[in-house]
Write a protein that binds this ligand. Structure first.
Ligand code: AMP
Ligand code: MG
Length: 397
C-alpha cells in the first residue's frame, strides 16, 4: 500500500535553508564531505602518550608540546617518540606515535616533565579518523524526516540548503448538521467545529499542509460536492457521519462515487467506525481518504493510528512502525474487555520512576480531559484488570 501511495503523490522537490528543513522529508541523501572526525580526535583534556610507556605507573614522560583544539598543523609535534608525550585538549588532533590520551586528572606536570599515575589501553580517549563516518558515506538517508541530529549532521557536512519534498496537501472536511464555524454563535443544540483544528495541527505535525474545506451538512447532494472537492487534494480526511445513525451519510455518498473501501471499522475504542479507502477524483486516478469518527477524541486517535502513516508515505517518508513505549501504571485500571482501547492518560515522574495513570473522562467526546493528558494508555481487548506497577504500552501525543 505504501508503494502505491508513493507512486500516486507528485513528490515535488524544493530547496530550503538548513533551519527551515527541520521537520521536512529529505529528498536526496546527505553525504559526508570529509572523514568524521577528520583527524584522530582527543575526547579528553590530558596527555597524548604511547600506552606502552605508561604500562607501569607512576611513569614520567617528557612533554614536547601543547595541542589545543584547532591547533595550527605546523605547531603539532610530528611524532610522539618513546618516553615522550604532548599536553592535549578535548577536540584536538592526536599526533602520530601517540595511541592514547591520559586524562589530566591522573597526571601532574612539572616543567617539561609529567608524571602519569594511571595506565591506558591503546585507543583510549581517542576517536580514530573517519570512525564516525567515512568521506562520501551517507550521513542522512533520503526519506528521513529531519530532526535535530539530522540537521546537525547536515551542518557538519557544510549543507546550508537541503532538498526536501513538498508537503502533501490534506483536505479536511467535517460533517454534521449540528456543527457550526468557530466564529458563529452556536444555538442551544449546536456544537462548534473543533475537529478541523485538531486535525490541522496533527496534519502539520505529520508533515502535511492542511486545507480546511469547512462543514458539510448531513445532506447527500452538498456532501457529495464537498467530498469531490476534497478528492482533488493529495489526501482527504473527513470527520463525522461514519457511524450507524440515520444521518451518517459519508459511506453512502462515497459508495455512490464508486469509492473502493479498504476497511470499514476497527476493533478499537475510541474510533470504531473509522473508514479507509480510495476514490477516483476528477483530475487523477484516485485519492486516498479516511472517514474518521466525529467524536473529537476518536478523531485524534484514529488520525494517529491510521491517517498519520498514510500521510507520512505520501510525504515521501520511509515507512516506519508506530511507536509504543512502555510505562509503569500508577494505579489499577479496570475495563470491559472486547476492544483495544486508547485511553487518555498522564505520564509523569522522572527517569526510571516515570509512571502513567488514566485521566478521568466522560468518553470520546471529552476534549477537556484529553487536553490534560499527554499520552494514551493502550489496553488490549482480552483483559479486565491491570494492576498498579504493571508495565503497559502507551501512545505518545
Ligand atoms: P458523528 O461521528 O457524526 O456521529 O459525531 C459524533 C459526535 O462528535 C457528535 O457528538 C458530534 O456532535 C461530534 N462532532 C462531530 N463533528 C465534530 C466537529 N467537527 N467538532 C466537534 N465535535 C464534532
Ligand atoms: Mg454527525
Amino acid at each position: 500500500m505504501e508503494e502505491q501511495a508513493s507512486s500516486l503523490s507528485a513528490r515535488e522537490v524544493e530547496s530550503t535553508d538548513l533551519l527551515s528543513a527541520a521537520g521536512r522529508v529529505l529528498a536526496d541523501p546527505v553525504l559526508a564531505d570529509r572523514n568524521l572526525p577528520p583527524f584522530p580526535r582527543s575526547t579528553r583534556d590530558g596527555y597524548a602518550v604511547r600506552s606502552e610507556d605508561v604500562a607501569r605507573t607512576p611513569a614520567t614522560l617528557e612533554v614536547i608540546g601543547e595541542i589545543k583544539a584547532g591547533e595550527n598543523p605546523d605547531k603539532i609535534p610530528a611524532r610522539i617518540g618513546s618516553g615522550q608525550s604532548a599536553s592535549i585538549m578535548t577536540g584536538a588532533p592526536v599526533p602520530d606515535g601517540a595511541n592514547a590520551v591520559v586524562m589530566v586528572e591522573y597526571t601532574s606536570q612539572n616543567g617539561s616533565r609529567v608524571e602519569i599515575s594511571r595506565t591506558v589501553t591503546p585507543g583510549e580517549n581517542i576517536v580514530p579518523r573517519g570512525a564516525e563516518a567515512r568521506n562520501g558515506a551517507v550521513l542522512v538517508e533520503k526519506g528521513e524526516r529531519l530532526n535535530d541530529a539530522a540537521i546537525a549532521l547536515a551542518a557538519s557536512a557544510g549543507r546550508a540548503t537541503l532538498p526536501v519534498y513538498k508537503r502533501p496537501r490534506v483536505a479536511v472536511l467535517t460533517t454534521g448538521d449540528e456543527i457550526v464555524p468557530i466564529d458563529s454563535t452556536p444555538g442551544p443544540t449546536q456544537i462548534r467545529n473543533s475537529n478541523s483544528y485538531s486535525l490541522a495541527v496533527q496534519i502539520r505535525h505529520a508533515g502535511g499542509e492542511p486545507v480546511l474545506l469547512g462543514i458539510a451538512p448531513d445532506e447527500p447532494t452538498q456532501l457529495r460536492s464537498m467530498i469531490q472537492q476534497g478528492l482533488k487534494a493529495d489526501l482527504l480526511l473527513m470527520t463525522g457521519g461514519v457511524s450507524m445513525g440515520r444521518y451518517d451519510l459519508v459511506e453512502q455518498v462515497l459508495a455512490e462515487l464508486k469509492a473502493e473501501f479498504i476497511f470499514t471499522g476497527a476493533k478499537i475504542q475510541p474510533g470504531r467506525p473509522v473508514v479507509f479507502g480510495r476514490c477516483a477524483a476528477s483530475s487523477k486516478p484516485r485519492t486516498y481518504f479516511f472517514g474518521l469518527p466525529g467524536n473529537p477524541v476518536s478523531t485524534m486517535v484514529t488520525f494517529e493510528l491510521f491517517a498519520r502513516p498514510m500521510l507520512e508515505a505520501l510525504a515521501g517518508m520511509s515507512p516506519r512502525k508506530l511507536r509504543f513505549v512502555y510505562a509503569k501504571l500508577k494505579s489499577e485500571i479496570k475495563v470491559k474487555p472486547g476492544l483495544k482501547r486508547f485511553l487518555p492518560a498522564i505520564l509523569s515522574g522522572e527517569f526510571e520512576n516515570s509512571q502513567v495513570e488514566l485521566v478521568p473522562w466522560q468518553g470520546s467526546g471529552d476534549i477537556a480531559a484529553t487536553a490534560r493528558a499527554n499520552c494514551y494508555i493502550v489496553i488490549p481487548p482480552d483483559r479486565e484488570v491491570f494492576a498498579t506497577g504493571e508495565f503497559v504500552p502507551i501512545l505518545m501525543r
